[in-house]
Design a protein around this ligand. Sequence first.
Ligand SMILES: CC(C)(COP(=O)(O)OP(=O)(O)OC[C@H]1O[C@@H](n2cnc3c(N)ncnc32)[C@H](O)[C@@H]1OP(=O)(O)O)[C@@H](O)C(=O)NCCC(=O)NCCS
Length: 156
Amino acid sequence: MKRAPVTLRPANASDIEIFYTHQLDSVSTDLAKVYARSREAFDAHWDAILSNPNTIARTILYGDEVVGLINTFPVKDERHIGYWIDRAHWGRGIASCAIARMVEVDPPRPLHAVVAIDNVGSMKALERSGFVRIGEEHSGETERYMACVVVRFELR
Ligand SMILES: CC(C)(COP(=O)(O)OP(=O)(O)OC[C@H]1O[C@@H](n2cnc3c(N)ncnc32)[C@H](O)[C@@H]1OP(=O)(O)O)[C@@H](O)C(=O)NCCC(=O)NCCS
């Protein structure tokens, strides 16, 4: 595993601008099979995250630089993990390190992840922290998500 000086700190309102620019990248949205949020929708989404005591939001630092985000949050009766790395920093082990640290920040199990089937990097990063595949299914198009097959992961 590549070593990277990756740390997490609590996300705050001053990070929203850079998170917004990261999620506009079309290579990233095509990989994650999501549609980028408008500025208004993104601000509302982050207002909700930062005011929800059941969501843990962390900013990913690579050295001193903000390079992404990682969150754990409730979905119905499950707890999920999600993350996004600035494309300029892909392939440096940052997602792998951030997931490994985040699963220590939020210890209750199981923890779930849902990944578009072509998102090989995301799946590899999850498996490195012990997530296992528990199934796959077709996921229909929504305002946020592109239609695709998704793989469900669980950390027990
Ligand atoms: C998926 C994502 C988080 C991966 O981040 P990253 O920091 O580049 O991941 P890592 O460097 O930890 O890579 C993990 C492994 O996947 C591999 N990998 C990364 N991107 C890959 C790609 N596009 N295709 C194939 N393998 C890839 C890496 O080489 C590494 O494996 P290796 O050690 O055998 O070489 C990043 O591409 C991203 O933020 N994408 C947009 C948002 C997204 O997809 N979020 C996740 C939604 S489930």
